[in-house]
Write a protein that binds this ligand. Sequence first.
Ligand SMILES: [Zn+2]
Length: 181
Amino acid sequence: MALREVLSKVVSGSAGRLFEGPVREVVSDAVRDHDLASASEVDALRRRISDLDQRAAALEQRLAALERRAEDDALALAEARTRVAELEAAPAPGPEAAPPAVCQVPGCGGEYRSKGFCSAHYQRWRRGTLSGYVLTDGTVQDGARRFKVDVALAGAPAEVTGPDDARVVLVGGAPVKAKAL
Ligand SMILES: [Zn+2]
């Protein structure tokens, strides 16, 4: 409805309830003519913006949580890489790499200390009072006699056998070069 018609209705005395609707129409016409948004459109836009704000806030929270998780994952990854590097740098486990868990003296079963012995047998071996093994100085006791073998064999099980004039020193069950002392 054109403004002129509304004005003519007001002028002709047909105002009252009729007045509101046409004015609204005129206002919306003017708004449309000037390419402006109506109040309801503005409200709708406000609601939409508010809704988008909330969704953006929710997305920001999710992003922050993901970033924290990514940091945690990065830390875990770095730790795992360090562990792998440590394991790779460590010598491969093998029969000679790992010391025996128990004392080598038959029937002892004591907790391993050093050179194949438990603490008690290690002390006796150090003092030279443990028979049946190459002692720290590379000697092997044979009753009242002694034999000298390679000092590198110290701590290995040793046995002296054979006739009195042809004694043989066995270390680890195999004959070795030995010099009577
Ligand atoms: Zn022992």
